[in-house]
Design a protein around this ligand. Structure first.
Ligand code: 4NP
Length: 144
């Protein structure tokens, strides 16, 4: 699960998908394309909305997406088109680029829909993001 800062959207996506899969069989992780928040806890607004929905993401720590992730993961879900470009810029081989997908393609295939960045908005943006990611992760979990 990849976003820009790895403190708002992708930590939620990681926590939500982990809550829906057998974690002894599926390894779920998240990362940001930027390095500003490496080592930090998720944004308190993400921690709160997750907790409100019964998920604890407070122990996650930010890390930066790296080229090796293309080899280490079968699937790379990005939150928006900007993340898509930044991730593909690091792609070591065109075949590996096929692993990258907009997460909301799970709900609206080929409509090119972004998960909005809630960082500069109020807390209602986080509820909205949670709901979108929850539905998308239902689709992902069903296929695993
Ligand atoms: P995220 O949100 O990509 O969903 O984690 C952001 C968090 C931090 C910043 C931008 C977006 N930032 O510029 O620090």
């Amino acid at each position: 699960m990849v976003c820009l800062g790895n403190i708002c959207r992708s930590p939620l996506a990681e926590g939500i998908l982990k809550s829906k899969v057998d974690n002894s069989k599926v390894f779920v992780d998240s990362a940001g394309t930027g390095s500003w928040h490496v080592g930090e806890q998720p944004d308190p607004r993400s921690v709160d909305v997750a907790r409100k929905n019964g998920i604890d993401i407070s122990t996650q720590r930010g890390r930066q997406f790296s080229r090796t992730d293309f080899h280490d993961f079968d699937k790379i879900y990005v939150m928006d088109n900007s993340n898509m470009k930044d991730v593909l810029d690091l792609c070591p081989h065109p075949d590996l680029g096929k692993k990258v997908q907009l997460i909301l393609d799970e709900l609206f295939p080929n409509d090119n829909v972004d998960v909005p960045d809630p960082y500069y908005g109020g807390s209602s943006g986080f509820d909205n993001v949670f709901d979108m990611l929850d539905q998308a992760c239902d689709e992902i979990a069903e296929k695993l």
